[in-house]
Design a protein around this ligand. Structure first.
Ligand SMILES: Nc1ncnc2c1ncn2[C@@H]1O[C@H](COP(=O)(O)OP(=O)(O)OP(=O)(O)O)[C@@H](O)[C@H]1O
Length: 549
């Protein structure tokens, strides 16, 4: 079972301890039952008027043992399962951090997000039911043994009835689960519709026909959800009524059926009925936990599955085995690199290459080309985030192998076209405050945002402003190569000019190597070299002319 496999992550011992606590708790309840029925019998036999003190003490002791072990069981299980979830979650994040970009792009973000956040929550909030199941099963077993010591026939009949009841209850639970899944799907569609409404709020406000159609769609989906939810409640109630009925049937079996087949048992009917009544909490506990546990089990299964899938998409070389490369270099080079995107059957795949490109230290290189010509893909290849089908990357004479990717990437600080602005400047350690202040001033952002600790004071800004901050963050990394993908596209005319005429030359003067994807033909002369891409093929051009070299 996935939950137990999850517990195994923190070693086998916790499980043994849990079984021990569950057994002690179950044993003490059975002892309470024996003491109560024995005391009742004694009172009936001897007609004593005084309390049987030793029995009362034993009763209290058993109760104390029960409370102590039951509390320890739940506490222990909660902390063990949280520890196991934490281990698995850390493992997932570690794998995710080292995943191959191409594979992660095709993995499905929502699935990753749901599993790492939601599934952990489901397992965490429902898994205490595993402790309840464990304790309930042991307790039912002990009570049945107790009944067997009183009447073997009663024990056999009650066990058979209990087995049938549990099986049917479980099957009813499966139907209920299907209803819950259907409800989940319907609710998902409903939430998508709400998300559509919020994301496209402006568009729907400006178009009343679209707004009405969206409203009608929402009504239809909402009605669907209502009927799915009603069906789920019906099934859930049916399951509950079945559980109660089966329980009453057990009592009926004791009082009306068993005496017919075993007349000698008549004197013990009180004992057996009391034992059956003592079974109420564990039987209901078991039934309740079976339903809830299925959700926790499914969530734990999803996390385990994600773990093994992520194992397949991590880059082949572990973090520990990565070797560093010298930060000094005279050139980085792509040699005969070919990369093809998969294409639908019968269609020609977009192929980049063969690419041969050398970038010298201190050079400003512009990459130009039409939409879809392969510029961003080339950047991903050059930064070793995508892996080619053929060809290699070189740092000077050294071919970059899997174990040197981290060292090679350490040369570069990027601002991608679909950049993410981290509010925290992760990995910078102590921020060089004067340098940060100078950069913010340079980007004309010093009045808008500051840096305290190693965090921007705000990031809710316009796209152009956020890009300026992303450039500040990249420059604070103090890497020798700056990679920019259409950085100036969101800047106003004034700042675009400042970028090409002031910032880039100053960065070059400071010794940075700059590789920039750009469409700004007015400023092509700001580069030392320009390469142009057309349908994945590369041509080298003069920086300010279209003609081929
Ligand atoms: N994930 C993908 N799966 C399949 N094909 C893709 C994928 N991403 C890009 N492509 C294909 O690769 C080609 C190059 O894409 P790329 O993003 O590198 O172009 P680009 O030159 O950066 O374009 P733009 O100027 O529009 O940003 C595109 O024509 C597209 O068809």
């Amino acid at each position: 079972m996935h939950l137990l496999r999850l517990l195994h992550l923190i070693g086998g011992k916790p499980l043994r301890k849990l079984i021990l606590f569950a057994s002690a708790s179950a044993l003490s309840t059975t002892l309470v039952l024996s003491v109560v029925t024995f005391a009742a019998q004694q009172i009936d036999k001897t007609r004593e008027e005084f309390v049987n003190l030793p029995l009362a003490v034993l009763f209290l002791l058993s109760l104390i043992v029960y409370v102590v072990f039951e509390t320890r069981l739940v506490e222990r299980f909660a902390s063990d399962i949280e520890e196991a979830i934490d281990l698995l979650r850390m493992k997932l994040i570690r794998r995710l951090r080292h995943a191959d970009l191409w594979k992660i792009e095709h993995f499905g973000q929502s699935r990753l997000f749901t599993n790492i956040t939601q599934s952990c929550k489901v397992v965490s909030s429902n898994s205490q039911y595993l402790a309840l199941t464990m304790r309930s099963v042991i307790q039912i077993g002990m009570i049945l043994i107790y009944i067997a010591t009183v009447s073997l026939l009663s024990c056999i009949l009650l066990t058979a009835l209990l087995a049938v009841a549990t099986t049917v209850y479980y099957r009813l639970g499966l139907t209920l689960e299907k209803c819950q899944e259907a409800l989940g799907r319907d609710e998902g569609k409903l939430f998508e519709c709400v998300a559509d409404l919020l994301d496209g709020f402006k568009e729907q406000r400006l178009n009343s026909r679209r707004s009405r159609a969206l409203g009608e769609e929402f009504n239809e989906l909402s009605l669907h959800t209502v009927s799915s939810r009603s069906e789920m409640h019906r099934q859930s109630w049916q399951q509950f009524v079945f559980g109660e009925t089966m329980f009453n049937l057990m009592l009926g079996l004791v009082v009306f059926v068993i005496p017919v087949y075993s007349p000698s048992v008549r004197t013990e009917l009180v004992k057996i009925s009391a034992a059956v009544l003592f079974m109420v909490p564990p039987v209901f506990g078991l039934m309740q936990s079976l339903t809830v546990l299925r959700a926790a089990k499914a969530a734990a299964g999803r996390m385990m599955e994600l773990d093994s899938e992520l194992e397949d998409i991590v880059e082949p070389c572990s973090e520990e085995a990565q070797q560093s490369l010298p930060l000094e270099f005279s050139e980085i080079r792509m040699e005969n690199m070919v990369f093809a995107y998969p294409a639908p059957e019968g269609e020609k795949p977009f192929t980049l290459g063969p690419l041969n490109l050398s970038v010298k230290r201190g050079e400003v290189l512009f990459i130009t080309g039409g939409n879809g010509s392969g510029k961003s893909s080339l950047i991903k290849l050059l930064t070793s985030l995508y892996h080619p089908e053929q060809g290699m990357l070189y740092q000077d004479k050294k071919a970059i192998t899997h174990s040197e990717f981290a060292g090679y990437r350490a040369l570069m600080a990027p601002v991608f076209s679909d950049f993410h602005l981290f509010e925290h400047l992760y990995g910078l350690g102590e921020v060089d405050t004067p340098a940060a202040r100078e950069l913010l001033g340079w980007m004309e952002m010093e009045r808008v945002v500051g840096i305290t600790g190693n965090q921007f004071t705000r990031t809710e800004l316009s796209t152009g402003q956020r890009k300026r901050l992303a450039l500040v963050a990249a420059l604070l990394e103090k890497k020798p190569i700056l990679i920019l993908d259409e950085w100036a596209a969101d800047q106003d005319a004034y700042f675009r000019k400042k970028f090409y005429r002031e910032i880039l030359p100053e960065l070059k003067r400071r010794g940075l190597t700059i590789i920039a994807v750009t469409h700004d033909d007015r400023y092509f002369d700001a580069a030392d070299r320009r390469i142009h891409l057309e349908y994945g093929r590369l041509r080298e051009l003069h920086a300010n002319r279209e003609d081929q070299v």
